[in-house]
Design a protein around this ligand. Structure first.
Ligand code: EPU
Length: 453
């Protein structure tokens, strides 16, 4: 298994362009199941989860052509109904094929996703929503089987104990576009990835309003048609690189930065004392901005709580926690989406951090420095947090099991190295440097990287 060997103490600088979003791309790809005509998506990031979704959609009768990051999806066999466990277990987002397949094919069988490293991840809200639309749902041999000759529009409340559900909203919204009559989703997820999905569905002929707010209204139509769409920039990758810049005391200008989608992070970064500023004030496309992030290595402590959008995203909790390890004082981090998403905490403590967890809250006592150590990644965003800690640590950090980070970041080590980091991808067993991940590299636009030891 690959690992990263990181020499800490380098400072990031230069320019960097933000990739298309993984979490937007996956439900957009699944939406191609809704029509018989080609759906063209641009800007799909070359990641393992995308590869898995491609594999799954092919098994579900979708012909897929890719040229670089531009993909065409075309359903050629609508008789395929089974998203098998072998694929679903590699990627929970497989669940977002359920709604589109049911709505278009009248039946869908999707293996029930299990728990994962970040905690219990039930799908009861997805199923409740589809049942409200008239689907009959059973569990057969570990598969969710949903059947409905024709879905019927209705009002659905999608709130759960931890707020709404992002992929659940994607599933119900996608299914409801082909239902008879009007569907209203109350307590819908407001994440930008949902608004992005609605833009594609409307371009395909759906009638959706309110996506991106807690109430989404969908007037059902009989069929959808071909459309083209560009995936929105990845707010979590952008946020991760912004925090990486700050923790390294660096200065990086980001292109294609989703400013509007990261206001909660920007607010906290300002409180911490980090410069985050738009450098294109005349640009009206506020989800694709040019933004400068700079820091001098001193950080004020803050309190933050993860929340559904537009609150602070759980997917950036680990990364910001790494930075707060180096703040001048005590910070408090509360996780309200996945109360057990703290596998990075003991690993950071191995690097000299002073973190104490009590239930869903971690007290972060700032220390003067982190010290390089071997640490183990257990999930995608936690791995990113450990890599950031390694950037700032004194000496060498080895992060093992980095296949997690490859699921959501396009060759993160090369992207960071282009900005001045010193990270090698090594064989975790032998310690030998390996040639690189099997994925395509996105080059930064330009690089004025410099290394300071
Ligand atoms: N929940 C329920 N019942 C459900 C669905 C969810 O109780 O039926 C709970 C979950 O257990 C959790 C909360 O509701 O406590 C929110 O879960 P949600 O359904 O919104 O998560 P998701 O849609 O499965 C997406 C992202 C996650 C991200 C969450 C929250 C994708 C592919 N995944 O997951 O991304 O953390 O929303 O923002 O879009 C990641 O990228 O690392 C990642 C985990």
């Amino acid at each position: 298994m690959d690992a990263f060997r990181i020499q800490g103490g380098t400072r990031l600088s230069g320019r960097w362009g933000v990739d298309g979003s993984k979490n937007a791309a996956l439900p957009l790809m699944a939406a191609s199941l809704l029509c018989d005509e080609p759906v063209h998506l641009r800007g799909i990031p070359p990641l393992m989860d995308v590869r898995n979704m491609t594999r799954l959609l092919r098994e579900l009768g979708v012909d897929i052509h890719a040229q670089g990051r531009d993909y065409t999806f075309h359903v050629t066999d609508a008789t395929k109904l089974h998203a098998r466990y072998e694929i679903v277990k590699t990627m929970r987002a497989s669940i977002c094929t359920l709604g589109p397949m049911l709505a278009r094919r009248g039946e869908a069988r999707v293996s029930m996703p299990g728990g994962c490293a970040i905690g219990d991840r039930p799908v009861d809200l997805h199923l409740r929503g589809l049942e409200a639309l008239g689907a009959q749902i059973t569990l057969e041999g570990g598969d969710i089987v949903a059947r409905a000759k024709k879905l019927i529009g209705t009002t659905i409340f999608l709130g759960g104990p931890f707020g709404s559900t992002v992929l659940g909203t994607a599933n119900i919204m996608s299914a409801a576009v082909l239902a008879r009559g009007c569907t209203v989703i109350e307590s819908a997820a407001c994440e930008p990835e949902i608004a992005d999905l609605a833009v594609l569905l409307n371009a395909m002929g759906a009638h959706i309003s309110g996506a991106g707010t807690p109430r989404i209204t969908i007037e059902g139509v009989d069929e959808l048609h071909s459309a083209e769409h560009e995936v929105l920039p990845d707010r979590i990758v952008a946020g991760t690189l912004a925090i990486a810049t700050a923790i390294s005391g660096g200065d990086v200008t980001f292109e294609n930065y989703p400013w509007d989608h990261l206001l909660a992070l920007t607010h906290l970064m300002h409180e911490i004392g980090i410069v985050v500023e738009r450098v294109d004030p005349s640009n009206e496309l506020t989800s694709r901005c040019t933004v400068r992030v700079a820091a001098d290595g001193t950080f004020k402590p803050v309190l933050f709580t993860t929340q559904p959008y537009p609150g602070f995203p759980t997917d950036l909790q680990a990364q910001l926690m790494s930075l707060l390890c180096l703040a001048d004082g005590n910070s408090i981090v509360t996780e309200k989406i996945y109360p057990d998403r703290f596998m990075h905490v003991p690993e950071l403590n191995r690097m000299g951090a002073k973190l104490v967890r009590q239930g869903p809250t971690v007290v972060v006592q700032g220390v003067d420095e982190l010290i390089g150590a071997p640490v183990m990644a257990s999930d995608l965003r936690g791995s990113a947090g450990l890599i950031l800690a390694g950037l700032a640590a004194r000496g060498e950090t080895e992060v093992s099991r980095i296949y997690h980070v490859d699921r959501g970041y396009v060759r993160i080590e090369e992207q960071l190295n282009n900005l001045g980091a010193n990270i090698e991808r090594i064989d975790g067993e032998t310690g030998e440097v390996v040639g690189g991940a099997p994925l395509i590299l996105t080059k930064p636009m330009t690089s004025g990287a410099q290394k300071t030891a």
